[in-house]
Design a protein around this ligand. Sequence first.
Ligand code: G1P
Length: 269
Amino acid sequence: MKIKKAIIPAAGYGTRSLPITKVLPKEMFPINGKPAIHYVVEEAVASGIEEILIVVSRNKNMILDYFDRSLELEAFLAETNKQHLLKKLSVPKAHIQFVRQPFARGLGDAIQMGRPFINDEPFAVLLPDDIFVEKKRSLKQLINVYEQQSSSVIGVKQVKKELLHNYGVIKGRTISSGLNQIVDIVEKPKSSPPSDLAVVGRYVLHPDIFTFLEQTKPGIGGEIQLTDALKAMLQVRKCYGYEVSGERFDIGSHKEYFKLLKKLYCDEG
Ligand code: G1P
């Protein structure tokens, strides 16, 4: 079945980036004049996604405004013969819907909000903190694996041992170069991570995940963790970890956000 739907959870408080995230959602952090979430939607569309659900919270209306038409501004630019600026207003072509997550109960809960939208199809999840700079789109790489294996697949990357406690970490059995069948997955391991392969914010999931999310109790940080639901699903369904190519930047980290800006500036300059 073709993967044509994606969920982008964008409801978090962005606590790592306070105080700016009091007023500016981190998904709206500018990257070369476009907000971060623009790049994530663009990656989804370039990977074949047609319908996107963005899960937001109360202070994220700016994201809805960004993906909406701006009729007044469009009319102004047309009237003042600034047609060349009109194309700057365009956003990636997808059918985008929004839903609000009323309580900050975690990533798993945010994904669960998308159950009626997904309606029992395999689907993609893109975490908008993670920006990939790669022509061969990370999500597309995962969709290709899903199509070959007919099983859920998660994007992973090797991460330094001392940073693994920030991530979901898989234990895998190597199937082929870059492809591991997941035998265990742990969210933010405090000690003894099962490997150095960390989950990097791109997933293609079987819709059964919703049944497992429903049964998932709050985990680390008191939140419903997608990782815990994935771990439970491993008992009945295969799931793979695929080492996606391309440089990944976590824009929730000041250092990586700055590195991303510098890279794009240098690449374009
Ligand atoms: C989330 C996931 C984690 C994953 C990470 C990637 O954590 O829960 O498994 O490794 O995204 O960015 P968060 O960064 O939201 O705490």
